[in-house]
Write a protein that binds this ligand. Structure first.
Ligand SMILES: Cc1cc2nc3c(=O)[nH]c(=O)nc-3n(C[C@H](O)[C@H](O)[C@H](O)COP(=O)(O)O)c2cc1C
Length: 198
């Protein structure tokens, strides 16, 4: 499998760790972060989420195969970046083909993009199937990054029409990454004696 398992690090695991630190996942909580990134901005956000969530977290690039099955996880996060107002088709495909499984467990959604405020909210709403959007415990806009030198010719041309400033731009929203990580840990916390849906 091409996905990357992020080893749990940090504090000892005798306690439900989110009690101790308000953030780290309960021991054994399995989290899937499925993402699509064109130039690496969303991938960096997915990795930052994984580091903050800890637990047993798997990062899965939606371009690669085979992909992990969402039903094997206690919580799933799905995200991608916005180009021309739309999320990548791999994200749409993953959401549609696993809709039932994604509706049966805690789900968080995220996008990376440049627009903010109401425009960003609209982009999130339109990026995911309505059923998943309504079901999600979190719908986060994690900001955007741009390195013009790394863009393909067409993207370089298109991005000028967005009014993007010249030079590298990093508008990653660290506080949103932190908030989604916290919400993920809380969403995956199950009462003692019960296991999350598999
Ligand atoms: C050609 C191009 C088109 C873009 N279109 C949009 C857009 O419609 N809305 C938006 O908010 N951001 C847009 N962006 C900004 C990207 O979503 C942002 O740079 C994001 O961080 C890219 O993430 P990635 O490197 O993971 O693909 C665009 C960027 C490029 C290069």
């Amino acid at each position: 499998m091409q996905s990357v398992r992020v080893p749990a690090t940090g504090a000892p695991r005798a306690w439900p760790l989110y009690w101790a630190h308000g953030r780290e996942a309960e021991a054994g909580m399995r989290v899937l972060i499925a993402y699509r990134s064109k130039y690496g901005g969303t991938e960096a956000c997915a990795r930052a989420l994984a580091e903050r969530i800890q637990g047993d977290t798997v990062l899965a690039d939606l371009r690669r195969r085979p992909l992990p099955q969402p039903r094997s996880f206690d919580v799933v996060l799905v995200g991608g970046s916005i180009y021309g107002g739309r999320i990548q088709r791999e994200v749409t495909w993953f959401c549609e083909s696993h809709e039932e499984d994604l509706l049966s467990r805690p789900l968080g959604l995220f996008i990376c993009c440049f627009y903010t405020g109401e425009r960003a909210q609209t982009q999130i709403r339109e990026a995911f199937p309505e059923s998943l959007y309504n079901h999600a415990f979190g719908r986060a806009h994690l900001g955007g990054t741009l390195h013009p030198a790394s863009l393909g010719l067409l993207d370089r041309f298109l991005v000028r029409s967005l009014g993007s400033p010249p030079g590298d731009v990093n508008r990653t929203r660290a506080e949103e990454i932190e908030a989604l990580a916290r919400a993920t840990v809380q969403a995956g916390a199950v009462p003692a004696g019960r296991s999350a849906p598999r």
